[in-house]
Design a protein around this ligand. Structure first.
Ligand code: ZN
Length: 378
């Protein structure tokens, strides 16, 4: 992810902080510094830092369980809204997914337990001042306020993450339980729909009662819940196809001696948006429609294509599954990539081609399902 940098490495997992995370520290400093001066600012920063330390532990909980099940985790990124663990593979068994999804919230429950024990041992349990925290009265920095605040934060983290809707851990846990009975795809569909329904009801309540921040959270959950189903549908259809099935085999190519005017002619007379610049049978670079339009704004048509082509083009083997290719392209933000068979260049594949493949594959799958339903009347 751009604008994030590594702060630590635990068990081979990189822990990264996104630059916007510092806004949260600033917010803590302002919130606590206002009524309490400089000491309050430091206290606010300390609270936010500790809160995010708990978020890191939550994510590490997920990551270590994932590693235990043989699912590599490359990094944890801390955003102002929380943490994200980037996993390279998804769990293959419902029990694994269930344990994986609840391990994060469980960490917060354990932290909360430790905090209660610490408060009990130090005799500050009764002075945790939960009422003060809830009512939002200005509090002054003290160890018991710190304990109480962290306790409330961890309980909130555990409860919020267990809401049974994607993208929350609770949504995954719900899917895992359903998965045991109805299979992965159907479980994802049901959990998605349930999450959206829940978010909708929650959003309606929030709007009617005038809690607009809650309404915003509900909207975020609503979109996340739907996204999971769309992603899953795309993923399942894409795993059935290989890159060799989807690239454009009849694409027009250009040579290094061609000028931009030649590409403009191709753009006007075909639907093709990207052009491979070929020297014999080897690929030199790619010229996209965007590049051409940009050139036309500032320069004339008699520029050579080699002057505007992209030389850095990601390369993939034709034997790769489309879902792997799509993920790799999304990760490095590439719109177009080159397809190879061993050393031999075959053609180009673009994001649009992949979206098209999803559309066609979904349609074919649906047709197949209908045919099966017709041939086996229940
Ligand atoms: Zn989590």
């Amino acid at each position: 992810m751009r604008w994030s940098f590594t702060i630590a490495r635990v068990a081979g997992i990189e822990i990264k902080i996104h630059a916007t995370f510092f806004l949260i520290l600033l917010l803590g400093a302002i919130q606590w510094g206002g009524p309490n001066g400089l000491m309050g600012s430091f206290f606010g920063i300390l609270l936010m830092a500790l809160l995010f330390f708990c978020v890191v532990l939550h994510e590490l909980g997920h990551s270590l369980v994932a590693k235990y099940f043989g699912l590599p985790v490359s990094e944890i990124v801390l955003l102002p809204i929380g943490g994200v663990s980037r996993m390279e593979k998804n769990p293959q068994k419902p029990l694994h997914e269930l344990l994986l999804s609840i391990s994060g919230p469980l960490v917060n429950v354990i932290i909360a337990g430790v905090l209660v024990a610490a408060a009990g041992a130090s005799g500050t349990l009764s002075s945790l001042n939960a009422k003060g925290l809830v009512s939002g009265q200005p509090l002054s920095p003290s160890p018991s306020v710190l304990l109480g605040w962290l306790l409330a934060a961890n309980v909130t983290l555990a409860l919020f993450n267990l809401v049974p809707a994607f993208p929350m851990d609770g949504g995954r846990a719900l899917r895992a339980i359903l998965w045991m009975f109805v299979g992965f795809t159907k479980a994802t569909r049901i959990a998605s729909a349930f999450g959206q329904l829940l978010a909708f009801a929650f959003g309606l309540y929030a709007v009617l009662s005038g809690h607009f921040l809650l309404a915003l959270i509900a909207l975020f959950i609503y979109l996340g819940a739907g996204q999971e189903w769309t992603e899953e549908r795309a993923r399942t259809v894409l795993t059935t196809f290989k890159l060799g099935d989807a690239y454009n085999k009849h694409a027009l190519t250009i040579s290094p001696g061609d000028q931009v005017s030649e590409v403009v002619h191709f753009l006007l007379t075909s639907y093709q948006p990207d052009f491979a610049v070929m020297q014999g049978s080897s690929l030199l670079g790619v010229v996209t429609r965007e590049d051409v339009l940009k050139t036309l704004v500032t320069e004339t048509e008699d520029v050579y294509v080699t002057g505007i082509m992209r030389r850095e083009v990601p390369q993939f083997q034709a034997s790769m599954h489309l879902d792997e290719v799509r993920r790799a392209m999304m990760e490095n933000g590439a719109r177009v990539a080159a397809v190879y068979e061993g050393e031999k260049y075959l053609g180009l594949i673009s994001q649009d081609d992949l979206n098209e493949a999803v559309l066609i594959a979904t349609f074919m799958k649906e047709q197949e399902r209908r045919r099966q339903a017709q041939s086996q009347p229940e």
